[in-house]
Design a binder for this molecule. Sequence first.
Ligand code: GAL
Length: 547
Amino acid sequence: MNKIKHKTYLPVFYLLLFCSTGIALRSSAQEPLAKMKDTIYVKGTKIPAAIGAAGQEAEILTPKPGPVPKINGPKIYGCRPGHPFLYRIPATGIRPISFSARGLPQGLRIHKETGIITGQIQKKGTYRVKLSGKSRYGKDTRILEIKCGDQINLSPPMGWNNWYAHYERITDQMMREAADHLVSSGMADAGYQYINIDDCWMNAQHHKDLGRVGRARDAIGNILPNSYFPDMRSLTNYIHGKGLKAGIYTSPGPTTCAGFTGSYGHEAADALQFAKWGFDFLKYDYCSYEYLEKKIRDSLPGITSDQLMKAPYLKMGYMLKSQSRDISFNLCQYGRNDVWVWGSEAGNSWRTGADLGPELNQFFEVALKNAVHGKWTRPGAWSDPDYIQIGYVGNTNGMGLPELTRLSPVEQYSFMSLWALLAAPLFYSGDLTKLNDFSLNVLCNAEVIDVDQDLLGKCASVVSKTENTFVLVKELEDGSRAIGLCNKGETQERVTVKWKEAGLPDSSMNIRDIWRQKNIGTAAREYTAMVPTRGVVLIRVIPSLKK
Ligand code: GAL
């Protein structure tokens, strides 16, 4: 445990606290925009139109990836020295594709047919790797900067979490099937990587399903999975075998939110166990820790509310960093005590609010709130507004079987647009076996994902706002801006963004419809779109090249 020396992780105060408490630490509305605003200058025959339809049919906006290889995914990847390295090159195109990587650091190798890179980098450093994918249809290359140092998750983590699909029905078999589907659906080719188990993999003292009832721990204190998870190591091996990563869940309290065994008093043993099992991600859900608060206050009378909240997260963060593998750490304490301010001291991402499931119609509000705290978002440290809930998601109130989401098609585009603008972790939490072309279109648009994964790691900020509309602007690494013209109201609204507000010069800009992956014209000074109800028009504004 003392191998890692990090002053942030062991302030004297927390040492004291650990000891004394035992808490060892979204137009095809197609209204001619030129009619609306004479500041739009259109090149070519087409009038600029962005996404969205006043109707609510599930229109697929994005052209399907072609047969030619196209490499997707982040442009930067963080890892720690001496730890197992695993990266599956996300790529579309008809397979077989022959993958290669020029400039791979020593210790790494690539599997030509799958594009899975494995191994271990011993030496800290920044390595510029040229990834290539070649097939009989063509070739693509992409530069990936591998930064071997102290930080991981240099772009927002992406994957799938089982919660809103399976709740307390989760099994090893479902996790394996999820891994299969992540690959066969093409989601992994768009960059989704983690397959994460949520609550209910351990034993409970009481549960209607007796297969989930049993001893919390073995004789030496190791946490015991329930009968639906017979072999965790075999499960992570299966997931890793596909080039994907595996995630797990626990609580700093004695029990999880669903009443299963938590890690309280066993933090070190559990962190070690998760690492030994081969997990790459941990969600740490506050829940029953709440009931310990009084006990801790009584034993440490001077303790502040911030100190009390931070302690269990700093502790587990430290434990995870001490393991011999990279484990992404997600703080789940519903945005209490301004977690965005200090979350990065403990981990890599932090939930900013309550569960979005039961209040799914609140996603615009959640996005607005996240944007307010946007300045805390940066590479390695991400505000997490909860999971993407489109397609078939569980009936959240009754923890029921997956049903078609209550969100309209327009809202589903909006959801994804907002999450990308926020540089949010992109975790789909719905039934992977029921994904149709529409849901996959929403989840897998490579240009939308590029906005999310942009190298700068910036969260969009609100540059203008009315009662129902607002404009979000996200600065991108190439000097362009991803812009969301948003309407959370019940009638369509005209929304304008001025270049000045977006931090751009008052000159001609190229405008790209990100969802349709089409250039839609040029405009000087500003851009206006008719935004449908509950819609987001997502554009990229790119300074025009001088002729
Ligand atoms: C909640 C958490 C959810 C899910 C659930 C499991 O506290 O916010 O995302 O993990 O617990 O019981």
